[in-house]
Structure formats: C-alpha cells, structure tokens
Design a protein around this ligand. Structure first.
Ligand SMILES: Cc1ncc(C[n+]2csc(CCOP(=O)(O)OP(=O)(O)O)c2C)c(N)n1
Ligand code: SF4
Ligand SMILES: [Mg+2]
Length: 291
C-alpha cells in the first residue's frame, strides 16, 4: 500500500539518527518526483526489521509504496520487485545488523547482478530494536548485553566490504547532514546500477557515537568523520580502498564505477532473444533435413 498505516505506532527515541535519514529520503524522493515528472508511487521502499526498518511507516507527505519485509532479506525482496518491474524506483533501508550481519550474504550477489537498486544502511553499531546487542560494526571492547567482557572480535569495515564485493557506487554519510544526505540518496538513485549509501546514524539509547563522530576539540578528541578531499579520484577503486581503510570515516562519494557492467535484467532479455534466434535456426535445419 502507498497509504500510511495509522495503526502503526512505533516511535524512535529522542535524538535517534534515523530521524535525519527519514527526512533526507523524503527530500530525495520529493525532488526526484519533480525532476522526473513522475508520481511518488513509482518508488518502492523495502525495509528489513530493526528501528531503522520502521522508517517506512514514518514517512511524511506523499507516500511511496512500502514493504516491511523480514530481518536481513530486504535485498532479495528488492530483486523480486525490480526484476519483473524495472520501471519502478527501488530503495531498501535497514540497519547494520540487518544488512551487515544476517543479510550480509546478499550484498555480493546484488552487486554482481547490478540492478538499479539503492540500499541505505543506517549504521548505529548496535542492534537497537532488540535492546543493544553487538553488531559487526560495534567497536572492539564495547560492553553490550552479548559482549559482557567487551566486544572481542574485530569491527567490520563496511565501506571496504562494499568495494571488495564489487558495489559500483558507494557513498558514506552522516545522519546529521540531512541536506547533503538527501542529495547523496538522490544521486545514488540516479546511478544506473546497484548503489549503497552507508549512513552513520547514532543510537542515542544503546550506542551514542555522536561525540566520537564529531570529535571534541576541548577534550582533544579528533573527529572520526572527515570530509573526502576534492582531490579524491572517485572512479578509482584503489583510491577508494585507500580512502576507507580507516580508522577514520570518510564522508562523501567514495566510489563511482565508470563503464557500467550489464545489469542482469538486460542480460536476461538479450539471452531470451538469442535463444529464440537459435531455436529458429534449429527449426529451419530440421525442416531442410525433412525435405
Ligand atoms: C530471522 C530473525 N532473526 C532475529 C530477529 C530479531 N531481530 C530483530 S531486529 C534485530 C537487529 C536489529 O539491528 P539492526 O539491523 O542494526 O537495526 P537497528 O534496530 O539497530 O536499526 C534482530 C536481531 C528477527 N526479527 N528475525
Ligand atoms: S533504540 Fe536506538 S536506534 Fe532504536 S529508536 Fe532508540 S535511539 Fe534509535
Ligand atoms: Mg543497528
């Protein structure tokens, strides 16, 4: 349905980073609808399960279609929507648990399939909805309900993972930078292949990383986030990997592959035509043999 469900009464905590992502998506969709002269209902947002996934119930204004799916499976559902309906704009939203833990196995296949789908990962470094378990992006040593002695395994570097898995368009943003985030989402949707917008979206209740990301001059804490310099070559995967290798988090467009690979739906269409042609020549041969 593209109508808001008035009975769904989920509320985010005050200060949750997801508010910024919600507004940025609203701005991106509104701007795109005007630019492309198309109804907002041409857009489908597919969500996983998490505080982040609840975004689909909280959109203000004209409503896109929304599908609140299952934990970790937003990408396969998106494939199921986009495959038969390439005319639709397909977005997925989910958390770091959703996309990088249970759902991580879907990123590589989606990158190789390269359909025009945009995925927004709302990374708060924690499982928020289930009340604070460690996720792949929780920092080492952080004590959570599942890491009583502090997190023991290394933190995943999501930007490096996307690049390594062959994602052709990678953006890194902060939920507090609403306007640039909205523009980044719009640009990612305009990219004619699979794109990932990775957003640092702090959880004020279980893992408040605002101060870490912004830094604190008085306390001599360097901000973790830094703007990507203008000199960065966004078309070079090696430069992108160098940029994201850490420990600091670059903000802006990380990578844009040039020379698009052929999306799987186009390959399928061509293969069907080819098969028909081959079948025709076999039929002609058979007729000749009979004569
Ligand atoms: C198959 C399955 N496993 C586990 C759960 C329980 N569960 C719901 S949300 C969630 C994690 C949420 O974390 P994240 O994806 O980071 O979203 P956030 O709430 O932080 O936005 C888990 C483990 C589930 N719903 N389904
Ligand atoms: S628990 Fe964390 S992620 Fe969930 S709504 Fe509250 S602040 Fe946001
Ligand atoms: Mg999370």
């Amino acid at each position: 349905m593209s109508k808001r469900n008035a009975l769904y009464d989920f509320k985010w905590c005050p200060g949750c980073g997801d508010f910024g992502v919600k507004v940025a998506i609203e701005q991106a969709l509104a701007k795109r609808a005007v630019e492309k002269q198309e109804s907002i209902e041409k857009t489908v947002i597919i969500a996983g399960i998490g505080c982040s996934g609840n975004l689909v119930h909280l959109q203000e204004g004209p409503q896109p279609f929304a599908l609140h799916g299952i934990h970790g499976r937003a990408l396969p559902i998106a494939y199921g929507v986009k495959g038969p309906r390439p005319d639709l704009n397909v977005l997925t939203v989910g958390g770091d648990g959703d996309m990088l833990s249970i759902g991580a196995e879907h990123i590589g296949p989606q990158a190789r399939r390269n359909l025009n789908i945009t995925t927004i990962v709302m990374d708060n470094g924690i499982y928020g909805l289930t009340k604070g378990q460690a996720s792949p992006t929780t920092n080492v040593d952080v004590v959570t309900s599942t890491t009583r002695y502090g997190k023991l395994d290394d933190k995943l570097n999501p930007l490096m993972a996307y690049l390594g898995l062959g994602v052709g368009y990678v953006v890194s943003e902060l939920s507090s930078r609403v306007k640039p985030l909205g523009e980044a989402i719009k640009d990612a949707m305009d990219y004619p292949g699979f794109s990932v917008v990775h957003v640092q979206s702090p959880c004020t209740t279980y893992n408040d990383t605002y101060a870490l990301l912004k830094g604190d001059e008085k306390k001599g804490i360097e901000p973790l986030a830094f703007p990507i310099p203008d000199t960065h070559d966004v078309t070079s995967v090696h430069a992108a990997m160098d940029l994201v290798k850490g420990p600091r988090i670059p903000i802006g467009l990380v990578y844009r592959r040039e020379g698009e690979s052929v999306p799987a739906d186009v390959r399928l269409r061509d293969a069907k035509v080819r098969t028909k042609v081959e079948q025709k020549s076999v039929d002609a041969l058979l007729r000749e043999m009979v004569i």
